[in-house]
Design a protein around this ligand. Structure first.
Ligand code: CA
Length: 240
C-alpha cells in the first residue's frame, strides 16, 4: 500500500474525480464514495487515515457520517462545504470534524490542511515534560505557567485554560460553543461575548512579550464559526 488512505465522500463526480486524481498524484491511496451509505460501507470495509467529506449528500446529511465515524474512531475528518453554509460547518465541527474547507478551494490549501490533521493524528500534543508549544508560546501543564519567547506571562486560571484547550487543538478549528463548553461549562455555550473578550485579552497578554507579528496566524478568527489554531509543525517547515 502507498501513503495514507484518504476516503473522499463527494456526490459530484467531476469534483470527486479531480480530488482523487490530485491526491493520487501526491502519493495518497484514495477511496471514493458518492453517498453517505457508500461512505459508511467504505469506512466499514477499509477504514481510512483521513476522510474528506462533502456535507450535502443525496441520501443522508454528511453530519450523520461524522457521527457514525466518531462512534468508533478519532480519524481526522475535513469537511468540504459550500460558501455560506455556516450552520452546516458548525454542526459538522460540533459532531467531531477537525477542520473545514470552503468550496472552491485551492489544492495547495487542501494539501496543507491534510498534512496538518494527519500530523496531529500522529502523536500526543504535549511533550514528555508536559509542555505544549506553538510558535514562541510555551505552556507548561505541570507548573501551569506560560512563557512567550522565554518571558513569563501571567494569566488568570480561565485564560490559562482557554490557551491550553487551544494549544491542544493545533491544526484544528474550534467552534465557539466547543471552547465555551470546555473552559466555562455547559451552561455557557451561548455566551460568545465572553469568549470574544477573553480571546482578545489573551492575545494582548501574549503579544506583550513579542512583536504582535510574531503571533500572527497562531490563533485565527474564523468569522461566525470560532478559531483556527495553527499547527506547530507547519510553523517550522514551509508548506510544499
Ligand atoms: Ca454535494
Amino acid at each position: 500500500m502507498s501513503g495514507p488512505v484518504i476516503l473522499i465522500v463527494e456526490d459530484e463526480e467531476p469534483a470527486r474525480r479531480a480530488l482523487a486524481d490530485y491526491l493520487g498524484r501526491r502519493g495518497y491511496a484514495v477511496l471514493e464514495a458518492a453517498t453517505a451509505h457508500e461512505a459508511t460501507r467504505q469506512w466499514d470495509a477499509h477504514r481510512a487515515d483521513l476522510v474528506l467529506l462533502d456535507l450535502g449528500l443525496p441520501d443522508l446529511d454528511g453530519v450523520e457520517v461524522i457521527r457514525r465515524i466518531r462512534r468508533e474512531a478519532t480519524t481526522p475528518i475535513i469537511i468540504l462545504s459550500g460558501r455560506g453554509d455556516e450552520r452546516d460547518k458548525i454542526a459538522g465541527l460540533e459532531a467531531g470534524a477537525d477542520d473545514y474547507l470552503t468550496k472552491p478551494f485551492a489544492t495547495d490549501e487542501l494539501n496543507a490542511r491534510i498534512r496538518a490533521v494527519l500530523r496531529r493524528a500522529g502523536g500526543p500534543d504535549a511533550d514528555a515534560q508536559g509542555c505544549l508549544r506553538l510558535g514562541p508560546i510555551e505552556l507548561d501543564t505541570v507548573r501551569r505557567e506560560v512563557h512567550v519567547a522565554g518571558e513569563l506571562v501571567r494569566l488568570t486560571p480561565r485564560e490559562y485554560e482557554l490557551l491550553k484547550v487551544m494549544l491542544s487543538s493545533q491544526g484544528r478549528v474550534l467552534t465557539k460553543a466547543r471552547l465555551l463548553r470546555a473552559v466555562w461549562g455547559l451552561a455557557y455555550t451561548d455566551e460568545s461575548t465572553y469568549l470574544h473578550v477573553y480571546v482578545n485579552r489573551l492575545r494582548r497578554k501574549l503579544s506583550a512579550a513579542v512583536p504582535a507579528a510574531a503571533l500572527d496566524g497562531l490563533i485565527e478568527t474564523e468569522p461566525g464559526i470560532g478559531y483556527r489554531i495553527a499547527d506547530h509543525d507547519s510553523l517550522l517547515e514551509p508548506i510544499v
